[in-house]
Design a binder for this molecule. Structure first.
Ligand SMILES: [Zn+2]
Length: 466
């Protein structure tokens, strides 16, 4: 926590200066704190690095933000590698999604209803208000929130996390009591946003009912339910509101179902089991179920059955030759069987249809690396890194490629960015020092590195204060 202005607990001793939530912390302070917090979160939980999933979440949340009450739309995303259902928003426009949300939200509109609710927490600045509450708490709000998300990612079963949680439990309890009113507000505003973004409003009460079912049958309910208890009145309230809003919006898309299939395949214990399940689903629909066909093709190539995978995907590719997700599935098959030139040609063709698309750019760099064309790979990853400066996975690949390309200064710079984004300030500092020794008197470069060192020391102070 940055030093906060002293505020009287009862509000009588000091005059109130306008909006209490902004008197305690400026929007810019909140932004900086949230972004630093995100680096700590990334360092503490496993994340999903699938460019297609990341791109999907980003595009859908940005689209929702367009019609939301959010004024500051600088968002940052983190996908947590956990099959537990959870989603959250944090100060500074940080939006987090567990892989488990894809497993539980059955349609894109249901997925969007959860994200709309989270965006409403951001637009209503519920966190700045929560921070006020923190003054009465023993454990800082942001630390408590970090603990609860780590706990959620671990599924609540891990002993180490459980120990951490018990020390934070009181703080989290306090946070929950405080947020009931915020939850109602987030439901109400989120629902309006859902409709404004073109989705069917009934998706929200449907999602709530799904959540209620989960808590009924699960003795160890997911974290999202602990922070978002679904009461009968909350469900009824949302259903009534939804019924009064215009229906007929978007309910589901093939794109969402294909992303779901990716997540399902990922969390299945083996690609073989995954193939079996998608095969059954496809047979049930006499071969006419696009997402099942897509999922089956992915599962097959990942279990080494590339020919069958290609045959399975072929009808989809024929029907929609320019579809990004279907095209990238064929790229994966070609890649898996070592047909790197074909994979690269297809990737570049798709790039004409989707200029500036992140998954395609990432795939291009990765394929060039596999082809051992390090100079071209470096150009490709540098282009991407210039536009996705806050993506640790991009910097990770950049470090690898630059190393093979013999650009040692570039390796240190990429590693420094990676470590800064994942909360490892010590290693980031070491990398910047090493980079500084490699500048060969390049003044522009060394002053850029010194600037980064200053950013790093600011970040260190912020981490200490959290
Ligand atoms: Zn909420």
């Amino acid at each position: 926590m940055p030093a906060l202005p002293i505020q009287a607990d009862d509000g009588y001793n000091l005059p109130t200066l306008g909006d209490t939530s902004s008197s305690i912390m400026s929007r810019e302070q909140e932004y900086q704190m949230g972004r630093t917090w995100l680096t700590m979160l990334r360092g503490a939980v496993p994340t999903l690095d699938d460019p297609q999933l990341k791109s999907f979440v980003e595009s859908r949340v940005y689209a929702l933000a367009e019609t939301s009450q959010l004024t500051d739309r600088r968002l940052a995303f983190v996908l947590i590698d956990s099959p537990q259902l959870n989603a959250f928003a944090a100060p500074g426009g940080v939006v987090g999604v567990n892989g488990g949300l894809f497993l539980h939200a059955q349609t894109e509109a249901e997925f969007a209803s959860v994200m709309a609710h989270e965006l409403a927490h951001l637009s209503q600045r519920h966190f700045a208000r929560g921070l006020e509450q923190q003054q009465r708490m023993q454990v800082p709000f942001m630390t408590a929130m970090l603990a609860s998300i780590i706990l959620a990612a671990a599924g609540g079963g891990d002993a180490g996390f459980a120990a951490l949680a018990s020390t934070q439990a009181a703080a989290i309890q306090e946070q929950r009591r405080f947020s009931r009113q915020n939850e109602q507000e987030a439901d109400r505003i989120g629902l309006t946003n859902l409709v404004a973004a073109g989705y069917d409003p009934l998706a929200m009460p449907n999602m709530f009912e799904r959540l209620a079912q989960l808590s009924r049958f699960d003795s160890n309910p997911p974290e999202f339910l602990l922070t978002h208890p679904v009461s009968q009145s909350r469900m009824a309230d949302t259903r009534n509101r939804a019924a009064q809003l215009p229906s007929g919006g978007e309910d589901d898309t093939l794109e969402y179902q294909m992303m779901r299939a990716r997540v399902q395949t990922y969390y299945e214990s083996s690609p073989g089991l995954s193939a079996k399940r998608f095969r059954a689903l496809l047979d049930e629909h006499d071969g006419d179920h696009k997402a099942a066909r897509y999922g089956l093709a992915l599962a097959l190539t990942r279990s080494g059955q590339h020919d069958t995978a290609e045959q399975t995907l072929a009808p989809l590719l024929e029907q929609q030759p320019h579809d990004l997700t279907i095209g990238l599935a064929q790229v994966e098959i070609d890649n898996n069987r070592g047909r790197l030139a074909a994979a690269l040609t297809r990737t570049r063709k798709l790039m004409h249809h989707y200029p500036g698309n992140f998954p395609l750019q990432f795939t291009e760099a990765d394929l060039l690396l596999k082809q051992q064309d390090y100079a071209a790979a470096e150009k490709a990853i540098n282009r991407l890194a210039a536009s996705r400066t806050e993506d640790p996975d991009v910097w990770y690949l950049a470090a690898e490629i630059r190393g093979l390309a013999g650009n040692i200064l570039g390796v240190h710079l990429a590693r420094a960015e990676y470590f800064m984004l994942t909360g490892d300030t010590e290693q980031a500092g070491e990398q910047l020092e090493l980079a500084l020794k490699r500048t060969n008197g390049n003044f522009v470069m060394s002053s850029r590195i010194r600037e980064r060192q200053q950013d790093l020391s600011r970040m260190r102070k912020q981490i200490e204060s959290l």
